[in-house]
Design a protein around this ligand. Structure first.
Ligand code: NOJ
Length: 504
């Protein structure tokens, strides 16, 4: 099995708007990100995945792309993006960008052309009347009418018209877009809504023809050598999921089963086993994801009575014991980092940020909020600008007022405050990622049986990872403690704690 970088990488997700603001307008940007590259290097990550950075009216946080070959002016310029790519490479950090092939923006040149000229509508799904009763994933109808009476399809917000992938022009356009960025040195692309591209009378989820698209994309990526295609594929059916990872398709895909899994030993064991059983036969590395810009932050999720995650916002506001959640999030981080494959860290996860659940409604920007008629609070609470330093907002995020307000309580969670605290979440991630580079990454695991409440396994390198999800402390197997997510109690592993052991 070839040991290419993406098989075992620790990939840090940058939500650019909220990472660091270099020009003081309250919105994160490339200047801010470039200035913080040493922070990411020091954290020990091997790659950065950036959410969409293209010109966009931001109807859906940039997932409404107006021009796939340029940079949103609020974020910077194309020249700056190129500088960023080479600066990251100088630090031996790979760069992964987000490509959005399912839908565009109503502000894109193609859609504007389609609006102006009905004969130029073949790149989208236009019809004289809605062709079905599909609902938008953000709520409401998936069809919107234009002034001349026709309707167009949008699986997400009305500002995000879906491409018609039966049109060869769409295929050609995206191959060109891939080349545009691969030529500029990006090391991979994360493919948004990867299973939704093809539409038919029966539906749009995971239709067989979508694989033809990725086979072609793989040919393009392979021309460039070590580049990676990563699918955003939410599919509970493992057999269908695995089809995306066949040797001539995508390299990896996000493991949303792990992210959604409750903090429960049997459930986690089931998900881990299923993940390995899905990936091993096809030779694709699993991915381990605890959070991203679409889901409730782990500290809040793991402190609730129901620790699972599902879209829909039903659990929002349900009470969370943040201390408990924090403790479990630490344990989960070491568990995720120890599993074979690649691991994702969503910005702020390394600071133990909780979900911000009390944003005033009039500040909410996520279309999910408005389109659900306010029943779903949306995803703004995990997208709050990062706290870097200082005692009060904007906590070193930038000189201006951040585009979403940061809580007063984040004073203790800044990078500056955590850097010097050896027991902080930041230092747990730093040390964990450092050890992971030496001892973990791609490979296999062997389970150890330490009882039904304990997840324990040994990795190829000899490192043993033990997570206690039971109510009381448990004895440890032999080994030397290399890292623990919490204090051991008289040599025992307390509840909701993970330890890494090396052979003594
Ligand atoms: C998935 C992205 O992660 C999410 O943020 C976005 O809203 C949808 N795809 C639509 O692009």
């Amino acid at each position: 099995m070839s040991q290419t970088w993406w098989r075992g990488a620790a990939i840090y997700q940058v939500y650019l708007r909220s990472f660091a603001d270099g020009n003081g307008d309250g919105v994160g940007d490339l200047a801010g990100l470039r200035s913080r590259l040493p922070y990411l290097k020091d954290l020990g990550i091997g790659a950065i995945w950036l959410n969409p950075w293209y010109p966009s009216p931001m109807a859906d946080g940039g997932y409404d792309v107006a021009d796939y070959r340029d940079i949103e002016p609020v974020f910077g310029t194309l020249a700056e993006a190129e500088k960023f790519i080479s600066e990251a490479h100088e630090l031996d950090i790979k760069v992964i960008i987000d490509v959005v092939p399912n839908h565009s923006s109503t502000e894109s040149a193609w859609f504007k052309e389609a609006l102006a000229d009905p004969s130029a509508r073949g790149r989208f799904w236009f019809a004289d009347e809605p062709l079905n009763d599909w609902q938008s994933i953000f709520g409401g109808s998936a069809w919107t009418q234009v002034p001349d009476g026709q309707w167009y399809l949008h699986l997400f917000a009305p500002e995000q018209p879906d491409f018609n992938w039966t049109n060869p022009e769409v295929h050609q356009e995206f191959e060109n877009v891939l080349r545009f960025w691969l030529d500029r040195g990006v090391d991979g692309v994360r493919i948004d809504s990867a299973a939704l591209l093809i539409k038919s009378d029966t539906g749009y989820e995971d239709l067989d023809e979508v694989h033809d698209v990725y086979r072609r994309w793989r040919e393009v990526a392979d021309e460039y050598g070590e580049r990676v295609l990563i699918g955003e594929v939410w599919l509970p059916d493992q057999e269908r999921f695995a089809r995306y990872l066949r040797p001539d398709e995508l390299h990896t895909a996000f493991n949303f089963d792990f992210l959604s899994c409750p903090w429960d030993p049997a459930e986690l064991r089931k998900v881990i086993d299923l993940t390995l059983a899905t990936h091993t036969p096809i030779g694709a590395p699993p991915t381990w994801v605890l959070s991203n810009h679409d889901v409730t932050r782990p500290v809040t999720r793991y402190g609730r009575a129901d620790t699972s995650f599902a879209h829909g916002g039903a659990l929002h506001g349900s009470p969370s014991d943040l201390e408990l959640g924090y403790r479990r999030a630490r344990a989960a981080a070491l568990l995720a980092m120890a599993l074979p494959g690649s691991v994702y860290v969503y910005q702020g996860e390394e600071l133990g940020l909780p979900e911000v659940e009390d944003l005033p409604d009039d500040l909410r920007q996520d279309p999910m909020y408005a389109r659900s008629g306010g029943t779903n609070p949306g995803r703004d609470g995990c997208r709050i600008p990062l706290p870097w330093s200082g005692e009060e907002p904007p906590y070193g995020f930038g000189a201006g007022t951040p585009w979403l307000p940061q809580p007063e309580s984040w004073r203790k969670l800044t990078v500056e405050a955590q850097r010097t605290d050896l027991g902080s979440m930041l230092n747990l991630y730093r040390t964990g990622l450092g050890l992971r580079r030496e001892l973990l990454g791609d490979g296999t695991l062997a389970w150890l049986d330490l009882g039904p409440d304990v997840l324990a396994f040994t990795r190829d390198s000899g490192l043993t990872c033990v997570t206690n999800l039971g109510a009381g402390p448990v004895p440890l197997p032999p080994g030397e403690v290399a890292l623990a997510s919490g204090q051991l109690e008289d040599g025992l592993l307390p509840s909701d704690t993970t330890v890494w052991l090396t052979a003594s």
